[in-house]
Each structure stands twice: as structure tokens, then as C-alpha cells.
Write a protein that binds this ligand. Structure first.
Ligand SMILES: [Zn+2]
Length: 300
């Protein structure tokens, strides 16, 4: 038997009763469904000491376990040269931040090196800093005896290639002028390094060098040796700034497949270490956007 047909086709009063009952049912259902929302709202206004706040516990636990990572800055000097493209390819394939300290005249030394320079500029997660124009032609004592010329040489690379970055590594020297960090490795260079700072440059050294034989360009240490040295320097607090370590490497070493394999192995093993993270030099403590921009305001 179809009960609906009696309401649709029967007398008007029966149809009125049918619609009234249907409407009441819908209203009842609506309020029944809405009720839990009201209940939640009401219960919030009655939160007391017996109410457990489950969201707090995981947050506190996460805070306890989130340890601040130690930062490692991979820096490569003297490019562009024959090893630079290999280093760049490995950095991009491994998706890591890498800083290159550029020698100005190397950019113009060959068509290949100019192309490499273009690739560096296009690359993501790569920072390009100043490593002078001539690299003192490797005659460091003479170079640092003339502070004015040191500033001119660095200025030349800034003006022709890196107008927006005032972070400099002095050729052949691990000197620091970063915020309150002042260090000069060879005292005879002090005046020249101070002149760079007065001209508005940040001077950036290194904590650990991945050494190589200058005649054969072969690495002296394996990737594992270097990783052990890093662990040791952090644990003994031997870095210039606590929990920050700057690695110096040289592009030209990695033109050989054996040494570039060591570089890749080093990076892959470093990425697996949970206590460490890789960073660009502009992330180093004491370097801010303002200090990088200060070169534009420095007196000439
Ligand atoms: Zn150099």
C-alpha cells in the first residue's frame, strides 16, 4: 500500500496534516544534526581542570626532540676553471647549496670558462662571492704589501661581475672580518684585510680545507677522512663560530673523475647525517641582508 498517494490525492485537510508532519520531521532532523556543534561550543565554555587538551602533548614532545642542526658551508675557490662545471653538476644533481668564490679574470680566460660562469649565474641554490680579480697571481706577500691595490683588485671583480655581493675571500689567506669575528692568519696581511673591511667588504675565511697535491691535483684525504675531521672539529669546538663549519675546496681538483667521485660520496654521506645541514655563506651568523647591501652605501 502506498501511503503517499492518499496524501497527494485525498482531501485538502488530510494533505495539510501530511505536509505539516513532513515539515516537522525535517525541522527535527535539522536540529538533531546541528546539536553536536552546539554541544562542542558549550563544552568549550566549560573547560576546567578536568578537561584534557590532547593537542598540547605532541607539540611539547616535538619541541623536545627538535635539535638545532650544525651548519656546514661548502665553499669552492678559484673558479671558473676546468673543474667548476663538474662541481656545479654534482651540486645540482645532489640538490645541495654550494658557494663559489670567483676569480674575476678566470671568467674571461676562455670561452668555456665564460660559459661556465653563465651556468653558475643561472643555477639555483648557488651563491657567487668575490675571490679578487687576479688572485694576486699567486704572489701573496707582494700583493698584501699594497693594501690600496688589494681593494682595487677586489673592486674590479665586484664592478665587472658581482655588483650585489660584498662577501670576499682573500686570495691565499684565511682571514675573517664578519661582524665581531676578526681574525688574520698571516699578520703581514692585516692592513690590507682591514682596508677591505673599511671599503665595505665582508672577509670570509674557512675552518677546514680539503687539501690536495698542487702538482698532481689529487686529493690528499678521502671523503671518509674529511667527514671524520668535520665530526672531530665540531666535537672539540674548533670552528671559528660554534656549530658552524666552513669547508674550503678547490674546483680544479674535481676535473678528474676519481676526485669528483670522492666529492659526490662526501656530499651523499653528509646528507645522511641528521645532526648537520648544508647552507650558503650568506646564512652564516653575523651576515644579514643589510651587511650584504652595505657595499652599495660604502664610501668610495
Ligand atoms: Zn684561491
Amino acid at each position: 500500500m502506498d501511503t503517499h498517494s492518499s496524501a497527494d490525492e485525498g482531501d485538502p485537510s488530510a494533505r495539510f496534516i501530511y505536509y505539516s508532519v513532513t515539515l516537522s520531521s525535517i525541522c527535527f532532523l535539522f536540529f538533531t544534526c546541528s546539536e553536536p556543534t552546539h554541544k562542542v561550543k558549550e563544552s568549550k565554555s566549560f573547560i576546567g581542570k578536568n578537561i584534557v587538551k590532547p593537542a598540547r602533548k605532541p607539540l611539547l614532545a616535538a619541541k623536545k626532540t627538535a635539535k638545532k642542526k650544525k651548519k656546514i658551508y661548502l665553499t669552492f675557490d678559484d673558479g671558473p676553471n676546468r673543474g667548476t662545471k663538474n662541481v656545479l653538476d654534482i651540486a645540482e644533481q645532489e640538490d645541495i647549496p654550494v658557494t663559489f668564490f670567483i676569480v674575476g679574470e678566470h671568467v674571461f680566460a676562455s670561452i668555456g670558462q665564460t660559459r661556465t660562469w653563465d651556468s653558475l649565474k643561472m643555477a639555483k641554490n648557488i651563491e657567487l662571492c668575490n675571490h679578487s680579480y687576479t688572485h694576486a697571481h699567486n704572489r701573496y706577500n707582494k700583493f698584501y704589501n699594497d693594501p690600496e691595490n688589494v681593494v682595487k683588485d677586489v673592486e674590479r671583480t665586484r664592478e665587472s661581475l658581482l655588483p650585489d655581493n660584498n662577501i670576499v675571500r682573500a686570495p691565499g689567506r684565511s682571514c675573517w672580518r664578519v661582524d665581531s669575528l676578526h681574525f688574520t692568519d698571516i699578520k703581514k696581511s692585516k692592513k690590507a684585510i682591514d682596508s677591505l673591511q673599511q671599503a665595505g667588504f665582508i672577509v670570509f675565511g674557512w675552518d677546514l680545507e680539503w687539501e690536495y697535491n698542487p702538482k698532481t691535483l689529487a686529493l690528499k684525504n678521502s671523503a671518509d677522512d674529511l667527514l671524520s675531521e668535520i665530526d672531530s672539529m665540531f666535537s672539540k669546538g674548533k670552528t671559528k663560530v660554534k656549530d658552524n663549519l666552513v669547508v674550503l675546496a678547490h674546483d680544479q681538483v674535481y676535473q678528474k673523475s676519481g676526485d669528483s667521485m670522492q666529492l659526490r660520496e662526501f656530499i651523499q654521506k653528509l646528507k645522511k647525517k641528521e645532526d648537520y645541514e648544508l647552507a650558503l655563506v650568506n646564512d652564516f651568523p653575523g651576515i644579514t641582508k643589510e651587511t650584504i647591501d652595505s657595499i652599495k652605501a660604502a664610501p668610495r
